[in-house]
Write a protein that binds this ligand. Sequence first.
Ligand code: PLP
Length: 417
Amino acid sequence: MSEQPPTANGQTSFDPQAAFAALRHEFGEHGGVNMSIEASTTFTVLQAGTMPEIFRGQRGPEQGGCFLYGRHFNPTVYVLGRQIAALEGAQAGYAAASGLGAISATLLQVCNTGDHVVAGNTIYGGTFALLREYLPLKAGITTTFVPAHDLASVEAAITPRTRAIYVETVSNPTLRVADIPALARIAKARGVSLIVDNTFTPMIISPIQMGADIVCHSLTKFMNGASDIIGGAVVGTADFISSMMDLHTGSLMLLGPTMDPRIAFEVSMRLPHLGLRMTEHSRRAAAFASRLNDLGLSVGYPGLTEHPDHALLKRLANDGFGLGGLLTIDLGTQARAERLMETLQNEQHFGYMAVSLGYFDTLMSCSAASTSSEMGAADLAAAGISPGLVRMSLGITGTLEQRWDQMEAALRKNGLI
Ligand code: PLP
């Protein structure tokens, strides 16, 4: 865990790039510059007596480097977990088969039947459905949804059965920024865990440095960068991560959302250039947001000074990676949003109508009709997700000017400028 104290304005001097570089380099078995892939599902021991010691939790990867079975710690997946923990400045981390696998295992580790969660009301639709429908039905864990930027309503929703506050650093798709230091103070005072999904802002914001207890990621997005791999991760204290691997009560171990070591290797190979990619995604999104705003469109981007969370984001963001690679354009109606996206994709070749984000090309979707469609009309309205809201994850291919020309042409064709 980083020892960096927060500065006077609540910002830390944490540098995720430096933390990543400080990690011991993993060489391959024959001296390769890249680590080897440990593609074994089971591991031998030299003495028979070592086996029961591993089962008793006395000889894990941190206590003598013993491994047991691929659904428990795997050496390659373990390295990826350490790398993501380093990026977040956490003590420990581990990877999972998907972002939702990491999130659901985390929530089930923190909460027991009858427990309660306070969650932001604008979060990824799959997480919303997990909290709103699946967990009450299957596990008796209930959730109160509140606007995460309204700290008084977060505090008021906490009950004696609350075990966690769950928020996204930058909410999907409304791009509201969570005040992590303030939420962490509330969580600490009330004895609950602050769980943060940092999928939208790896490198840019480091919630653990501001007091969050647990950070989850979908590695399917920016971390991976090529939209070819589904993966997830959770980081936190060493005790919490090892509790998730407990042979009797560990949700990663027993529910089994296990990442394949070949996939862990692939994701690990993309992390050294994550910082460069985030900086460029941010640069493109900032330029587009500002130009669209100047043209009079209804743009949401927390990097714009007009955005209600701009000052907060500036305070929370690490230096050097910009203010995020996503923006929204509210076109009022779903029909207008769909026409613009079709022109952008089919005539201008500007990007793709597809869910997800963090791809090297631009991805765009109409949130209410796609990744937030798990929310009903009332929940969408409460969260401020209009039917015409297009979420755009700005790509980094081509040149910025070439892409802007395509955007302008599509706006003109649709009578929007
Ligand atoms: N968290 C956020 C913010 C997301 O946008 C998503 C997916 O879109 C997830 C989590 C789930 O990740 P995965 O698809 O890897 O399970």
